[in-house]
Design a protein around this ligand. Structure first.
Ligand code: MRU
Length: 347
């Protein structure tokens, strides 16, 4: 994506490796402060994922790939590094795909920095193809609703949901995007709106609760969201709040599409109830930008993702084309696995 860094406009990716340091576009202070975060060691990279300096399933995967390369360069035990990364955030599948990709590269005696760059390049290529396939759904005048950020910042570059929007824009089409603010961390209001502004795409930020209003009044033609993990039957985990949009969309006969690379598809899980759902700190709910917004005595719950059953999903836009949920077998990765305990309380 094009960014102004240190007063200079340049094309940067969300994550890269430079002089043995994993460099990340810091996402916690965007759009008000554009800064590069330096992760000099394994623990820095892992904490950057846990504390959401970098977030979005494919971007987390690429960050782990670079973290593994850095660990290799620093002579660390790669299996221990892999174990540390597996413990960061449980829901996004790309994280686990990237770790296996790097362990395989190591076993093959490859230069890990080269392997991580290749992994990142493959992620960008997948997103560009998602853009081409997804743009077929966007005509002049289409009104789109999206939730969270599945843009360039959530991938290495280009995005999943943002890719079809970028391609449709490049093809000169005029369309409009409703952007859910996406509580509690406001990825929609802060990150998606910022990316749309940079692309000159018409949009409006709405509260998460307003989506039903616009869907019910026939002011939305298409719902387009990303994904963190897609089970073999098409059930899809994405940012908390997505499931509700899918149900209202169906109720109002509005097509609901998921944009995701096949690295997000986990064929090892037969259905969505098996997807581990991260539970993050209640403090994220009880505070806004560090300011308390509720009585401190009140408890809160903060599941970060929910699962939309396949029956609400019209299609999944992948780099291999737009697939019906029932067509996923043969794409994606993973083999049947032992049952895992889902939730992990965050500090
Ligand atoms: O908690 P986050 O910000 O990592 O959640 C991100 C999402 O839910 C995205 O929609 C998803 O990862 C797709 S990113 C291409």
């Amino acid at each position: 994506m094009r960014l102004t860094l240190d007063g200079e406009s340049k094309d940067v990716r969300t994550v890269w490796l430079e002089g043995g340091v994993v460099k990340l576009i810091g996402q916690r202070y965007l759009p008000f402060d554009v800064r590069v975060y330096d992760a000099k060691a394994l623990e820095d990279v892992a904490v950057a994922i846990e504390d959401m300096v970098v977030r979005g399933a494919p971007a987390i995967g690429a960050t782990a790939a670079y973290g593994m390369a850095q660990a290799g360069l620093q002579g660390l035990d790669l299996r221990e590094a892999a174990e540390r990364f597996r413990k960061t955030r449980p829901t996004g599948h790309d994280l686990f795909v990237a770790i296996e990709y790097m362990l395989k590269a190591a076993a093959a005696g490859e230069d890990l920095a080269v392997a991580a760059d290749r992994y990142a390049d493959e992620d960008v290529a997948r997103c560009r193809k998602i853009g081409e396939h997804g743009a077929t759904l966007i005509k002049n005048g289409t009104r789109i609703l999206t939730h969270c950020n599945a843009g360039a910042l959530a991938t290495v570059d280009y995005g999943t949901v943002m890719a079809p929007l970028r391609v449709a824009k490049e093809k000169g089409r005029r369309f409009f995007v409703y952007v859910d603010e996406t509580r509690p961390r406001l990825q929609g209001a802060r990150l998606t709106a910022w990316e749309l502004l940079q692309e000159g795409i018409d949009h409006a930020i709405i509260t998460d609760g307003a989506a039903g209003h616009f869907l019910g009044r026939g002011e939305v033609d298409l719902v387009l969201v990303g994904a963190d993990r897609i089970a073999a039957n098409g059930d899809t985990a994405n940012k908390i709040g997505t499931y509700g949009k899918a149900v209202i969309a169906k109720e109002n006969h509005v097509p609901f599409y998921v944009a995701a690379p096949t690295s997000t598809i986990d064929l090892g899980l037969a259905s969505g109830d098996k997807i581990p759902i991260e539970e993050r700190s209640p403090q994220e709910v009880l505070h806004l930008d560090g300011h308390p917004i509720a009585p401190k005595e009140s408890p809160a719950r903060n599941p970060a993702f929910d699962v939309t059953p396949a029956k609400y999903i019209q299609g999944i836009i992948t780099e291999s084309g737009i697939l019906r949920p029932s067509q996923l077998r043969g794409t994606g990765s993973g083999a049947p696995r032992k049952k895992k305990t889902p939730t992990k309380k965050r500090r």
